[in-house]
Design a protein. Structure first.
Length: 385
């Protein structure tokens, strides 16, 4: 108890500096957290971008066309080369649309898309459907030779092997997606760990007809919004534009992901580099201020430690007094960081453990260095006496 009273007395003498230091240290630790989150987010997105660029992915932007009758007639004539071969019966728009997408979403086709929608069936909160080539651009690897795979998010991996009912059919849950599963589209990115990826049912399939049957709400415009073509030929892109125009009256603007990124990447990269430079510079400055302030506080307490040691306090006792002082010096930033992390949904056992170990490591290192200096100075002082 005497040791604790002495430590509280030491801390009370520094209460003003401790409060100031508390805010300073809290900002420093939050800077580290922001840097970590920024790197994690950027690294995951960069990996997804590389997959898209490597596979020569093209984005398909669907736009409605409002043309008068004369313009429409001209357009129809100009697109006659995309019509069915002479002699074959003409199909209606809906049938042609379904047949085309069934072929192109298959393993032999070039199209892919994904849909993410709220879903309350079978106890899940979200449903993510990957159709066609998009399924091969995720972090999940489908078993070879299986056209349709049902999977769950990591937090529901206990359901693997169970049977679930989707519409009128039953399916077995084949696997759980990896922990780093994310969602990427050039217009949108959801990193691993996002709330929308928790309690989620995944459907990976090559069958447009199956999606149209099981989830009709996700088989129309929802799929077209995220439509991509993987390593298509020029003829395949012309055919895609033609079928969309003839069956839906919409125009397909097509651009490669690499060219799209080239047009937007420069400004985004500069912005990220500026933020990163600020975070790193701030971290260095604040860490230096933290360490110097704790060192200054211990230097201020050295005369009291020396007198205490001179009148019989053991070296171990003095070391513990110094260490508890440095730990107490960091209580305010420790509590502040826990509060900030809880507000940002970052509070977990792992994060608390890392934060606690970092605090103990820093305080123990500083205490050890200052205690050695204290012993050397104390011994030199006694020899001079």
């Amino acid at each position: 108890m005497t040791l604790i009273r002495q430590v509280f007395s030491d801390l009370f003498k520094e209460i003003g500096w401790i409060i100031l230091y508390g805010f300073l240290a809290a900002m420093t630790i939050m800077t580290f957290i922001l840097i970590g989150l920024s790197y994690k987010h950027v690294s995951g997105q960069n990996s997804a971008i590389n997959r898209f660029v490597k596979n020569n992915v093209y984005m398909v932007q669907i736009k409605s066309c409002e043309l008068n009758t004369q313009q429409t007639a001209v357009s129809d004539d100009s697109m006659s080369s995309y019509a069915e071969p002479p002699g074959e019966p003409q199909q209606n728009g809906a049938d042609a649309f379904i047949e085309y997408f069934e072929n192109e979403f298959s393993s032999e086709g070039v199209l892919g898309s994904y849909v993410s929608i709220p879903y309350s069936g079978n106890g899940f909160s979200n449903l993510i459907i990957y159709v066609g080539k998009y399924a091969d651009l995720t972090r999940f690897s489908r078993p070879a030779g299986k056209s349709t795979v049902i999977a769950v998010s990591t937090d529901r991996k206990d359901m693997v092997g169970e049977t679930i009912q989707l519409s009128t059919e039953k399916f077995t849950i084949d696997a759980a997606v990896p922990d780093n599963m994310d969602i990427y589209h050039p217009y949108y990115y959801a990193p691993a760990g996002s709330l929308e990826l928790e309690n989620t049912l995944y459907v990976f399939t090559d069958s447009y007809a199956l999606i149209n049957k099981l989830f009709p709400q996700a088989s129309g415009d929802a799929l077209l919004e995220r439509l991509i073509a993987v390593n298509p030929t020029e003829q395949e892109l012309i055919e895609l534009r033609g079928i969309l125009y003839r069956t839906t009256g919409m125009y397909a603007g097509i651009q490669s992901v690499s060219s799209y990124l080239a047009s937007v990447e420069a400004s985004g990269t500069r912005t990220h580099q500026t933020y990163l430079l600020f975070y790193i510079s701030s971290s260095i400055a604040l860490i230096g201020a933290m360490l110097l302030n704790m060192t200054r506080a211990l230097n201020f307490m050295i005369p009291a430690y020396s007198i205490h040691h001179l009148f019989g306090a053991s070296g171990k006792y003095v070391f513990m007094r110094m260490h508890l002082f440095t730990v107490g010096y960091n209580i305010i930033p420790f509590v502040g960081i826990l509060t900030i992390m809880s507000k940002n949904m970052l509070l977990s056992f792992g994060n608390i453990s890392i934060l606690t170990l970092a605090l103990l490591a820093i305080t123990l290192t500083i205490t050890t260095i200052k205690y050695r200096q204290f012993r050397i100075n104390f011994s030199q002082g006694l020899r001079r006496e």
